[in-house]
Write a protein that binds this ligand. Structure first.
Ligand code: SF4
Length: 458
């Protein structure tokens, strides 16, 4: 893990007795409280750095009071050394763990030296198609009671979050894009959390868009809509974002609040921003999820809402991957997962039953003169297609040697690396802090899509 604080420096022309925190892109807020420097990192994270010198703090500048007015070279050298000491301490504190203000969880800052392929909580996922999933962070700002990854601050199973440095994320994405033959690619921002919380999101979208080639590929994002506002939509459109997959699961105020698990969730605000997106250059895809026996009526209301919206503001954005206009709806069926949350009343359906329901709704719309496709095969409508897959260096049942990097996403998991892959080592009873940096032997249990899961062996 890099121990260097990310210094996308702005011009610095301060006196030698000043340490200007405004020069660091990752520092997005600050406060000096007693002798603790509280830094906001990339908007959502916080770290506390104790300061052991006589300093004052104004407008993001730490001022070494004792040195003001001093001119000698030795004082200048001393000030510079104190400044580097503080910077080192800041870097170290960030490496040792940020606090995610959204989820209150410890967050690891992922930078060069940590592979980005192998885990589902952060990094990059290649499932052998032209769509590359980008997971810049974990952590969600709402608490859907059906969440397949048990996200949000109500989570019982998630104990750590991860944030990936943008420059590193982009440079690793470029390698995969080149490997796949850089044309007709979709960089899809999703993950175990709310992708729009990523900072700097606009730069990330812009850089991915530049790599894909604006007329050849696209950048898309999933969102629950809570963090979106008109300014952000305008900026995302300017950055070249092609599509937002918006989760809307009910129209009724009470039920939608319940399905978000957040008391200040406001469905009217989500509908307003959806309409704003529909009027922008960004393509809006509404993605309601059916929880059979729970939100059936509301699910249909979301379909009606989307169909009406599409009629009011027809879709004009062309997807350059298949030269088609993409559909307004991407209906989904709720499934249950090992670490996911479950809504007690929900029934389990298979896909045949789900597609049968969608077919009936299509007929109903059609009898009213409205042509709607609710069963949307990804290849036909979004241009998804099979592409060269990154090779996997391991096979199931291999026993490999790996280096322990950090604590895992859930209890009993540690994160290790080997051969440029992250390995989720599960069912581990060892205390992570005692084995960081150590070599361990791991039996590989899963390699599908280069998501590597293993278990400790002697
Ligand atoms: S928005 Fe997605 S990640 Fe967040 S709690 Fe809901 S289902 Fe989970």
């Amino acid at each position: 893990m890099s121990k260097k604080i990310n210094t996308k420096n702005k011009k610095q022309d301060d006196e030698f007795f000043v340490l200007n925190l405004n020069q660091f892109r990752m520092i997005t807020g600050y406060e000096l409280s007693n002798n603790d420097l509280i830094l906001e990192i990339n908007k959502n994270y916080e770290v506390i750095v104790p300061i052991e010198y006589n300093v004052s703090f104004k407008d993001g500048k730490l001022i070494f009071e004792d040195f003001i007015g001093e001119k000698s070279d030795s004082v200048r050298a001393l000030a510079n050394s104190l400044k580097s000491g503080i910077l080192n301490k800041m870097s170290q504190s960030i490496v040792e763990g940020l606090t995610n203000n959204v989820t209150n969880r410890r967050t690891y800052y992922i930078n060069e030296g940590i592979p980005l392929i192998g885990h589902t909580a952060f990094g990059l996922i290649d499932r052998g198609t032209n769509v590359i999933q980008i997971r810049g962070l974990s952590g969600c700002n709402i608490n859907c009671p059906f969440c397949s990854v048990d996200e949000g601050n109500h989570s019982k199973s998630r104990k750590n979050d991860y944030y990936v440095d943008m420059d590193y994320l982009v440079s690793e994405y470029k390698k995969i894009a080149d490997f796949k033959g850089n044309t007709k690619l979709e960089a899809h921002l999703d993950g175990q959390g709310e992708p729009s919380l990523y900072y700097p999101l606009l730069e990330l979208v812009q850089e991915l868009n530049e790599i894909n080639g604006p007329k050849k590929g696209i950048v898309s994002i999933q969102s629950n809509g809570v963090n979106l506002n008109e300014k952000l939509i305008d900026d995302l459109a300017d950055s070249g974002l092609h599509r937002i997959n918006m989760s809307i699961n009910a129209i009724d105020e009470k039920l939608s609040k319940g399905l978000s698990g957040k008391k200040d969730y406001d469905i009217n605000k989500i509908l307003e921003i959806s309409e704003y997106i529909k009027n922008s250059k960004i393509h809006l895809l509404i993605a309601p999820i059916l929880l059979p026996n729970y939100n059936d009526t509301e699910f249909k209301k979301v379909l009606d809402y989307a169909v009406n919206l599409q009629q009011k503001i027809p879709q004009n954005t062309i997807n350059p991957i298949n030269n088609k206009k993409n559909p307004i709806l991407g209906a989904q069926l709720c499934l249950t997962y090992q670490f996911g949350r479950k809504v007690p009343k929900m029934k389990t359906w298979d896909f045949n039953k789900f597609y049968g329901l969608l077919a009936n709704y299509e007929k109903e719309y059609s009898s009213n003169g409205i042509n709607v496709n609710l069963k949307v095969p990804l290849n036909e409508y979004f241009g998804s297609h099979v592409r060269t897959r990154l090779p996997c260096p391991f096979k199931v049942n291999d026993v490999i040697s790996a280096t322990v990097l950090m604590d895992g996403r859930v209890n009993g998991e540690i994160i290790a690396s080997s051969m440029d892959r992250i390995i989720q080592v599960i069912n581990c009873k060892l205390e992570t802090c005692k084995i960081i940096g150590k070599r361990i032997n791991v039996k590989v249990l899963r390699t599908k899509d280069n998501i590597i899961v293993g278990t400790l062996v002697k």
